[in-house]
Design a protein around this ligand. Structure first.
Ligand code: CP
Length: 317
């Protein structure tokens, strides 16, 4: 694997899941693979799970780790080419990236959608500059349009808990006070479609996702109808994608907050969320604390997905 930015990079999903479960059973099995290799984790945005689980994964493989928070202690980076740099950004990303590449063997990047320019976000201009200019394999730690380490962990979690080959998985929009990117729902949809589950997306009108991620998923605007018979409920907020509404909050309707009312019509579904989650906006206390909540094992599987991805990148060096 040269880079890891989307589901296609992981190849056959059955093979990847088998490898993940083997690593989970013996997570230090490859603890010399990364000897004298350095992972650099570059964060343009905040993180708890990704920061910790990816460092842990690198340590599982015997790697050294450097973490750089771009907005805390590094020079502010100019990202546009052709700009006269007379403002508050003293370093250009086109020098910074190859310099970072010179200190490591593999680079992870977190760079969210900025909502300034939809084309820039959906063309992944920051992530792609790392791929183009770092000279190193690059993996996404959540970019503007996808969060593949999260989706891989979600897939592992569903595979561990499903009782039928093709479970019904429902991705539901839920309210949030701030404008959030579409990366998690896009990516989740991409991985659920690749897994060929019975996959349904439900959201209020106006929150349609990019059709290239929705694929063949069934879109249902009636949340209660979507939840009927579901085996897994995956809640997430996202801001609008379509047209001039890109990046806007169109609704904070708490009728969409996942509660026992909706869970009652499911097939005793498991509840999932990538975290961090705003309680009683996205999901009620009762559901997230209930016996069918998978949010903690799901987060724990981030270590496993990251270990598989770093292992494969190391094997390709
Ligand atoms: N789910 C996730 O990526 O969490 P962090 O934003 O805390 O890394």
């Amino acid at each position: 694997m040269k880079n890891f930015t989307c589901v296609n990079d992981i190849g056959n999903l059955d093979v990847a899941i088998k490898e993940a479960l083997e690593i989970k059973a013996d997570r230090y099995r490859y603890d010399t693979l990364g000897k004298n290799k350095t992972a650099m984790l570059v964060f343009f945005n905040s993180s708890l799970r990704t920061r910790l689980s990816t460092q842990k994964a690198a340590l599982n493989l015997g790697m050294n780790v450097i973490v750089l928070d771009i907005n805390q202690g590094a020079w502010k980076l100019e990202t546009e080419r052709g700009v006269i740099m007379d403002g508050d950004r003293p370093e250009h990303i086109l020098e910074a990236i190859p310099v970072m590449g010179s200190y490591c063997d593999i680079i992870g990047v977190r760079s969210f959608a900025r909502f300034e320019n939809k084309a820039d976000d959906y063309n992944e201009v920051i992530l792609n500059q790392f791929i183009r200019h770092s000279g190193r394999p690059v993996f996404s730690m959540e970019a503007a349009t996808r969060h593949p380490l999260q989706s891989f962990a979600d897939l592992i979690t569903i595979e561990e808990h499903k009782t039928v080959k093709r479970p019904k998985v429902v991705l539901t929009w839920a309210p949030h006070p701030k404008a959030l990117p579409q990366a998690v729902p896009n990516s989740f949809a991409e991985w659920m479609n690749a897994a060929e589950y019975d996959f349904v997306i439900t959201h209020p009108e106006g929150y349609e996702l990019d059709p290239s991620f929705v694929g063949n998923a069934h879109v249902e605007y009636d949340q209660m109808k979507a939840f009927e018979g579901a085996d897994f409920i995956y809640a997430k907020n996202w801001s609008a994608y379509t047209g001039d509404n890109y990046g806007k909050v169109l609704s904070t309707d708490r009728n969409w907050t996942v509660s026992e009312r909706q869970m009652a019509v499911t097939n005793n579904a498991y509840f999932m969320h990538c975290l961090p989650v705003r309680r009683n906006m996205i999901v009620t206390d009762d559901v997230i604390e209930g016996p069918r909540s998978l949010v903690i094992p799901e987060a724990a599987n981030r270590e496993i997905s990251a270990t598989v991805v770093l292992k494969r990148l190391l094997e390709s060096l």
